[in-house]
Design a binder for this molecule. Structure first.
Ligand code: NOJ
Length: 781
């Protein structure tokens, strides 16, 4: 699809883009060091008032020609194009380009900025944007993983570091956070979001916006954030990336839009429209989304950029007749900036001349872009200090935090007979699997500026941990690869080793099993390559790719204790493993320090405390599966029904919110300060949590509610509160949660508005979405 769009676009007679290879007290301590230790950085400016910004925007608009205004609405790819194509410099000289993306060299950024500032008539600076999704050079775990930390402060701090590195390198705008709710693990981009739940998703959206932007747009060492992909991109038919999404308004408002709204409330400065069509109207030309909801209802004052080439994409969508029509529909729907397709640049001028678009509409489009540049301080500080870049990127304290983030993101799915943590005094270990020693795959997808050489693999992490006294035997086993190559493979740097021949793969299989036979314990590192997850990486199966399942079964058959470490970005088929492999650790794509973090958990220097941000299916046939489904006229547990399928259970393999620890927690004493409240009043919920084991550990205490009746069926459970806490052995804490209008309201399809209804509610508190500690309360009129 990319290729189709690229080849038909004005900008890209491009063949292949010429982009260079593209809580604790401890946390607070690291963060404090980060904040105050970077030399040469002083506060650049304080936030301007609305009036100051408006006055400067008006003054600029007063001097700009129509062409210069339209120029600000165009985002140019930063690379040179194919034969006959115009270089970004040439556009910028003429004031044709408000922003440039996909540039990753600081010197080039400065050079282009110089063209815009010194050679264009009005000297308006360029806003440089890039996908800084889970780190710039220091790569943090993928967003699905950090959501599994259930720790918004950790997520905020990780994105603060990402912003520090990106801004030091000249990037002032990231295309993140991705806040798309995803309930279908076939969809490759589930890895980029916070999973299936709107409450958790909203918390992660807010945390990321705060981390990227800091306290205000223009905070020193921060970047502009961009909430994407607006909206419904996470619900494509069949999990096929960019396919149509059909989401009824009640589901849209109660689920899919909530994290976007949270991002607006957190002050996000920009939005990105999605590729797919939502209920038959492509998001990039969807006035209901971009105008009515975003600006009308939510009062968003920033600007909206299209996804790459998606203005152009309105034509193949069968929505716009031609490029001019595409430009017309996108602008009038509420889009401000055309990412990379050149359609605005070429067509808005003629549309104004024809009187189809008014000069005032162009002004409205440009206003928030200029305002953002002013707020960012770009006019005052357009250039970056190239000498400082290396000092900031991959700084030791950034890496240290990346390790903490990875540890806190991992989810222990199984631990029979307390196989984990392993004894460091073990005499030999077999480390097996195609992901055990792959640096690039340890970082995951969208590690645009990550250097694979920085990454620590699981094999290296185990070696670092155990030293030379323990015999560690590595066996890769049969390699895995995508059947259909990824668009992003061109960005995978380094020489490509020739793939294994069938005979070599067979040999590698046998060597893996032999290695396990010789060892005291086998650590199997299986999952998916980074390019099997992410954009353009949807699947029709969720099985372990290649022969990994067979190797796993053969190694388990040796009778040796086996620990399965998963490196991946979506729930995979673990039905067999969940019964036969004694220990399973979901490590996700853990980032630069991933291997050290895995080793810390495997050998007990860290205690896992992450929880699933997604429901884990038993098989691909259960998808979509999510915990917050509605009840039916015949609830599953009544009348002896055990499953909605006759060929398997309809319950998931692992529920949403699930994750084990090396210690145990007990919940008791669930109390409400009142069992009846009036509409609009708040309710306090208290619960005691005790660490009943012998190690310190973390629990994520989760609160769920269910509205028993009302103007619409409500989900069987909905997450409405969570807190991650650390408890010493034997320690007990009383936690408090507050429930009020926000938590108890929903968008009613009958009332066609948000309502808090006077009804009875169930409430549960516990360690996952199957929590059993229960009480009820009533909301009165
Ligand atoms: C396409 C992706 O869908 C989007 O998430 C990304 O930000 C843009 N390309 C820019 O790289």
């Amino acid at each position: 699809m990319w290729c189709r769009i690229l080849s038909s676009s004005f900008f890209l007679r491009l063949r292949s883009p010429n982009v260079a290879a593209f809580k604790s007290a401890a946390l607070a301590g690291v963060f404090a060091v980060l904040l105050f230790s970077v030399p040469g950085v002083a506060a650049q400016h304080t936030p301007l008032t609305e009036q100051q910004v408006d006055a400067r925007v008006n003054a600029l608009l007063g001097q700009m020609t129509l062409e210069e205004k339209i120029g600000q609405l165009a985002q140019l790819p930063g690379m040179a194009f194919g034969p006959g194509a115009v270089k970004p410099e040439e556009h910028l000289r003429k004031g044709e380009g408000g922003s440039v993306l996909w540039l990753n060299e600081t010197a080039k950024i400065n050079q282009l900025q110089r063209v815009a500032i010194e050679q264009s008539r009005l000297h308006i600076p360029v806003l440089f944007g890039l996908d800084v999704i889970h780190g710039y050079r220091t790569i943090f775990p993928v967003p699905l993983a950090t959501a599994a930390s259930w720790d918004p402060s950790l997520v905020e701090q990780a994105q603060t570091i990402a912003a520090r590195e990106a801004s030091a390198a000249g990037i002032r705008w990231t295309f993140g956070p991705m806040v798309d709710i995803a309930r279908d693990p076939r969809w490759g981009r589930i890895v980029e979001g916070a999973g299936e739940d709107p409450f958790l998703g909203a918390a992660m959206a807010r945390a990321q916006v705060r981390g990227f932007q800091g306290p205000y747009v223009g905070s020193p060492e921060h970047v502009l954030a961009c909430a994407k992909h607006f909206a419904g991109y996470g619900a494509p038919d069949g999990g096929r990336d960019i396919d149509s999404a059909y989401i009824p308004e009640e589901l849209l408002r109660n689920v899919y839009l909530l994290p976007f709204h949270a991002a607006v409330e957190a002050g996000v400065g920009s939005f990105m429209s999605a590729y797919m069509d939502l209920n038959d109207v492509p998001a990039t030309g969807n006035r209901f989304l971009l105008h009515d909801v975003l600006r009308g209802e939510w009062g968003f004052r920033g600007f909206v950029v299209s996804d790459a080439f998606s203005v152009q994409g309105l034509i193949p969508h069968g929505f716009a007749r031609d490029p001019q029509d595409a430009a017309y529909r996108a602008l009038t729907a509420g889009l401000n900036m055309d990412m990379a397709s050149g359609i605005f640049l070429q067509n808005l001028g003629p549309l104004v001349k024809q009187g189809r678009i008014s000069p005032a509409q162009i002004d409205e489009g440009v206003r928030p872009i200029l305002a953002t540049k002013i707020r960012l301080g770009l006019f005052e500080q357009p250039y970056v200090d190239e000498s400082r870049v290396e000092q900031v990127l991959n700084a030791p304290e950034h890496r240290q935090f990346a390790r903490t983030a990875a540890q806190r993101s991992m989810v222990l799915l199984r631990n029979e007979n307390q196989l984990l943590p392993l004894d460091k005094k073990v005499s030999s270990i077999a480390v097996i699997g195609p992901l055990a020693d792959s640096k690039q795959d340890t970082e995951g997808s969208w590690a645009v500026m990550g250097q694979p050489s920085d990454a620590v693999t699981v094999l290296e992490g185990i070696r670092n941990k155990l030293g030379p006294g323990v015999r560690i035997e590595y066996a890769k086993g049969p390699e895995i690869k995508r059947d259909i190559p990824s668009f992003f493979d061109v960005f995978r740097p380094g020489p490509k080793a020739p793939p294994q021949t069938p005979a070599e793969a067979e040999d590698a299989f046998n060597k893996a099993v032999d290695a396990a036979r010789r060892a005291d314990v086998a650590v199997m590192v299986l999952g998916e390559l980074a390019n099997m997850s992410g954009e353009g990486a949807s699947r029709s199966s969720v099985d372990l790719p290649g022969r990994q399942q067979q190797v796993l079964e053969a190694v388990v058959a040796t009778g040796k204790p086996v620990v399965l470490v998963l490196i991946n970005g979506r729930p995979l088929n673990l039905a067999w493993a969940a019964e036969h492999v004694p220990a399973i650790l979901e490590a996700w794509y853990p980032g630069t320090e991933g291997g050290n973090a895995v080793a810390n958990i495997l050998f007990g220097d860290a205690n896992p405390g992450g929880k699933l941000p997604v429901t884990w299916p038993r098989s691909v046939g259960q998808i979509p599966i999510y915990y917050a489904h509605n009840l039916t006229h015949q609830p599953e547990t009544s009348r002896g029904f055990v499953s909605r399928y006759w060929d398997g259970l309809s319950s998931p393999l692992y529920p949403f919110g699930f994750g084990l620890s090396y210690t145990k927690f007990a919940f008791s004493n669930l109390q409400l300060n009142q069992t009846q409240v009036r509409v609009g009043q708040k309710l306090d919920v208290a619960v005691d949590v005790e660490n009943t084991g012998s190690r310190a550990g973390d629990e994520v205490v989760q609160l769920y509610i269910h509205q028993q009746a009302g103007s619409a069926s409500r989900p069987v459970r909905e997450l409405k509160g969570f807190q991650r806490i650390t408890l010493a052995p034997g320690e007990r804490k009383t936690l408090h949660f507050s429930l009020g209008k926000e938590e108890l309201s929903f968008w009613s399809p009958q009332a066609k508005k948000w309502v808090e209804e006077p009804e009875n509610f169930d409430l549960w508190v516990g360690a996952d979405s199957t929590a059993t500690l229960h009480t009820t309360f009533k909301v009165n009129p």
